[in-house]
Write a protein that binds this ligand. Structure first.
Ligand code: GLU
Length: 279
């Protein structure tokens, strides 16, 4: 009896600790910054240099900068943001299961994804491209029939190859960095995803001089802010994105995060205007 009661008390204490360590329940995190001390959980990539990158617990990249700006406009200081890794294949689930409040992770707005999640934005437009060896003569996916092309599970990049280039041998990995490693090992002929992601990977010191982005995009990827279905944050996020573009912080963030990478955003499509929020 005594033992049972002690165990119950211990479990309650652990539960309380777990809650505070996670930055609060859904209710508290939805309250915004007014009360002070509330956290907001933001999903980002951890392995995409220049976009979302974990440098030993400090996070950098364009997605991270947009996330910080938007969170600040929503009332959260930088130390009230908890960054959570959001790999391509897990994004919808992280939102549906209430494990994150917003996602900034090179997350393209698509009709299929809109069936399970909401999007604010877009805040950037990229295009699908190929990364190949510096001396390769591959110019597009039509050159890859019967050859090994690596992409990431749960991405629009992998889906596009399955739908439109069935003759290509698609190899799926959990992240693009794994694809580049596989290409370095010789098992892969090319890596495909958004041009800005490929440019960031190619510019990493370990890859210097080894690879090139083909520069022949074959899709339009509108990066949105992923939200749980029915979220009431879309309008405020769109207003924050518009403010970031208008005050020059968007341009500065692009310049800072693509420095040293051979990459210029498509000026016909960037910066984009956020789309009206779903009602
Ligand atoms: N933007 C594409 C997507 O949302 C590819 C990049 C990624 O996997 O994050 O699927």
């Amino acid at each position: 009896m005594h033992k049972t009661r002690y165990a119950a008390a211990a479990m309650a204490a652990v539960a309380a600790l777990t809650l505070s360590a996670c930055g609060g329940s859904d209710d508290s995190s939805a309250e915004g910054g007014e009360g002070g001390g509330e956290m907001i959980r933001v999903g980002i990539k951890f392995d995409q240099p220049g976009l979302g990158y974990d440098e030993g617990g400090s996070y950098s990249g364009f997605d991270v900068d947009v996330a910080k700006y938007v969170a600040n406009e929503l009332g959260y200081a930088e130390n009230q943001i908890e960054f959570v890794e959001a790999p391509s294949a897990n994004r919808e689930n992280l939102l549906s299961n209430n494990q994150v409040d917003m996602i900034f992770a090179t997350y393209s707005i698509t009709d299929t994804r809109k069936e399970t999640v909401d999007f604010a934005g877009p805040y950037f437009v990229a295009g699908q491209d190929l990364l190949v060896s510096a001396d390769s003569d591959i110019t597009g996916p039509e050159d890859l029939d019967g050859r090994n092309l690596c992409s990431v599970t749960g991405s629009t990049s992998a889906q596009k190859i399955k739908d439109q280039y069935p003759g290509v041998e698609l190899v799926e990995q959990p992240g693009y960095a794994e694809c580049v490693t596989a290409m370095g090992g010789g098992q892969i002929d090319a890596v495909t995803t958004d041009d800005i992601i490929l440019a960031g990977l190619a510019a990493q010191p370990v890859n210097a001089g080894k690879y090139k982005v083909v520069g022949n995009t074959f899709s339009e990827e509108n990066y949105g802010v992923g939200l749980p279905k029915g979220s009431d944050r879309c309008e405020d996020i769109n207003a924050a994105i518009t403010k970031m573009i208008d005050d020059g912080a968007w341009e500065e963030a692009i310049a800072r995060n693509t420095e040293g990478a051979d990459y210029t955003p498509n000026a016909d499509l960037n910066p984009p205007t956020p789309a009206p929020c779903a009602s």
